[in-house]
Design a protein around this ligand. Structure first.
Ligand SMILES: [Zn+2]
Length: 206
């Protein structure tokens, strides 16, 4: 990526964005971030992934809405909307091989001045999150945070290409191999589940 001083989408500016100005002037910005720029995301990528440095595209949009303040006057309440799309390689927890996981983030934030104000804000609206604004806001950090939150609790293929040996043997001998261990290309995921249920839950160390 080339550095473009003065352009709002350059990485340096994204680390110190005037979020209030962004909202008040209804600015829009967009760009791309590589996983290599997001260390906490990179930590989730298995070492043997085909591509550890995938790209996420993002769009941000500022806005304000007139709202009644505590003192009874109406003032513009700043908001920012953030959308992030892309894929990251994760370790499938079922077959222990890397797979590509698509992630989508679309979040709207009410920008408040202090942590106290953020804590006070009633969580009546699931659609809107609350963030503490700043004249030097780290938008990259927010994007990374949202991507981490959007990761699946248990990363796994929809259908695993093959079952890992540790699941086939599963601590059981003989009968565990039923169904044939050589000619199984697309194992039935429910069969895999059965194998998991049969194995001793106290002995998860394969
Ligand atoms: Zn898998």
């Amino acid at each position: 990526m080339t550095q473009n001083p003065g352009k709002p989408a350059s990485p340096a500016d994204l680390r110190a964005l005037d979020l209030y100005e962004f909202a008040e002037n209804k600015r829009q910005a967009a760009g791309a971030l590589r996983v290599a720029q997001l260390p906490r995301m990179l930590a989730e990528v298995p070492a043997d992934a085909p591509d550890r440095d995938t790209v996420f595209t993002w769009q941000g949009e500022g806005s304000t809405q007139p709202e009644l303040q505590d003192d009874g006057t109406e003032a513009p309440q700043p908001y920012v909307r953030l959308a992030v799309h892309g894929s990251v390689w994760l370790m499938c927890q079922r077959c222990l091989s890397p797979y590509s996981q698509h992630l989508d983030v679309d979040a709207t934030y009410r920008i408040v001045a202090t942590e106290e104000e953020a804590d006070e804000y009633p969580l009546e609206d699931d659609e809107v999150e609350v963030i503490v604004g700043s004249r030097q806001f780290d938008l990259v950090d927010l994007i990374e945070e949202e991507l981490l939150l959007s990761l699946p609790l248990v990363p796994k293929h929809n259908v695993c290409p093959k079952v890992h040996e540790s699941l086939i043997s599963g601590g059981e001998e003989g009968e565990a191999a039923e169904g044939g261990e050589n000619d199984v290309e697309k194992p039935n995921p429910f069969a895999v589940l059965e194998k998991l249920k049969k194995s001793d839950p106290d002995d998860k160390k394969h």
